[in-house]
Design a protein around this ligand. Structure first.
Ligand SMILES: Cc1ncc(COP(=O)(O)O)c(C=O)c1O
Length: 388
């Protein structure tokens, strides 16, 4: 761990979230359960964001608010600095969260008789977006290759139909934890070009990189790729303010942008002004906090990987990014693995939610002591399964 970075910020002190309406905590209120399911963290948002909130609250007037020009400029500059990808301010479409962006894409970028490719396992709202639109779709399972969850390019190609219009990409991948490499993204982009597909790339986890491998936005590969891509991004997860909520789509092609935005100011609202305030402060002033958080999360990730590696019946791939561990519990021989761990006092997300029964997803974005307690309980659950 980088001692200096971790020294400046406190990720260890337990923060009481019961009674704050926290979704992850509310469900098991009053029960002896460590809740490690919904993907937010238990860390206080960076001091720079708290200070920006305080200043805005002091002002006292919270009227209708336009997207700050300074935030657009910050996003443009950051995208150039981190990825060498030059975007224009007008390509940015602000959203209250990434999830509405998934639904807008399914409804407005895919015709009623169109078809979508959904690489699974995947964050459940991708599937919900196509199911509710509704649009025809095929699940295309990722495969474990070299210890990473990656695309099965043959199956992807085999799933294409004449009406296929869009392919989903979640990079870094939730729940698999993969950072897709430039070469893998180039092959996916070539596949999209071959079949004239739109790429909907959800990159909300792009700042949660635990390995040294860089994040490559697929749209940054070339202008041709950019013109067929909608990139969804947000600081919500990285800096832990999804309750304030600020996200955006980056869409170069004007026609695609118009179609994507057609519900804007109708069924989809702008972010709240607190979302704008938080996003700007996070990007301008919270990089040292983020560096320290990443160090802390690497420690948590290593702890989870060591613990799971030592438990018979459980397996997981190395987590390159995100604070989520995707655990294969098929070897436990238990019918409902989520229920089994819950009985032993740990709430995990059920694999069914991502299209993979027999798996569970563990959120390690929490204080070390709480994580250690959860891993102890999981050991007891595994021992109990072995005895049954
Ligand atoms: C891949 C992915 N996209 C979107 C979201 C949710 O984004 P938002 O809260 O901005 O709607 C999550 C949350 O877990 C996620 O993992």
């Amino acid at each position: 761990m980088c001692y200096k970075a971790a020294m400046q910020f406190d990720f260890d002190t337990l923060v009481e979230r019961a009674g704050t309406g926290a979704m992850r905590w509310e469900r098991y209120e009053g029960r002896d359960v460590v809740p490690l399911w919904v993907a937010d963290t238990d860390f206080r948002t960076p001091p720079a964001v708290l200070a920006a909130f305080a200043r805005r609250i002091e002002h006292g007037v919270f009227g209708y608010t336009s997207a700050p020009r300074a935030l657009r400029e910050e996003i443009v500059a950051r995208t150039q600095r981190l990825y060498g990808w030059r975007i224009a301010p007008e390509w940015i479409v602000f959203l209250p969260g990434v999830v509405p962006g998934l639904h807008l894409a399914a409804r407005h970028l895919v015709p009623a008789d169109g078809h979508v490719l959904v690489p699974t396992p995947i964050y459940q709202h991708f599937k919900r977006a196509v199911e509710l639109a509704p649009r025809a779709h095929d699940d295309v399972p990722l495969v474990l290759s070299g210890g990473r969850w990656v695309f099965d390019e043959q199956r992807l190609a085999a799933a294409v139909r004449p009406g296929t219009r869009l392919v989903f990409l979640c990079n870094p991948q939730n729940p698999g934890g993969t950072i897709f490499s430039r070469a893998e993204l180039e092959r996916l982009a070539a596949f999209a070009a071959r079949h004239d597909l739109i790429v909907l790339s959800d990159e909300i986890h792009a700042d949660l990189l635990l390995d040294a491998q860089p994040h490559v936005p697929i749209a940054s590969l070339s202008p041709e790729v950019s013109r067929r891509t909608v990139t969804l991004a947000s600081p919500n997860k990285t800096f832990n303010f999804p309750g304030a909520g600020c996200a955006w789509a980056i869409v170069e092609d004007a026609g695609l942008r118009r179609a994507f935005s057609s519900d804007h100011h109708a069924t989809v609202h702008d972010p709240s002004l607190f979302g704008y305030v938080a996003a700007l402060a996070a990007y301008r002033d919270a990089q040292p906090w983020l560096d320290a958080q990443l160090d802390y999360l690497r420690g948590n990730r290593d702890l989870v990987e060591a613990a799971v590696g030592g438990l018979r019946g459980l397996a997981m791939a190395h987590v390159q990014a995100t604070y989520l561990a995707w655990i294969d519990a098929n070897g436990l021989g238990v019918k409902d693995v989520q229920a089994h761990f819950l009985e032993h006092g740990v709430a995990l997300s059920p694999g069914e939610q991502f299209g993979a029964p027999g798996y569970v997803r563990l959120n390690f974005g929490t204080q070390r002591a709480r994580l250690e307690e959860a891993l102890l309980r999981m050991r007891r659950a595994v021992d109990a399964a072995a005895r049954a």
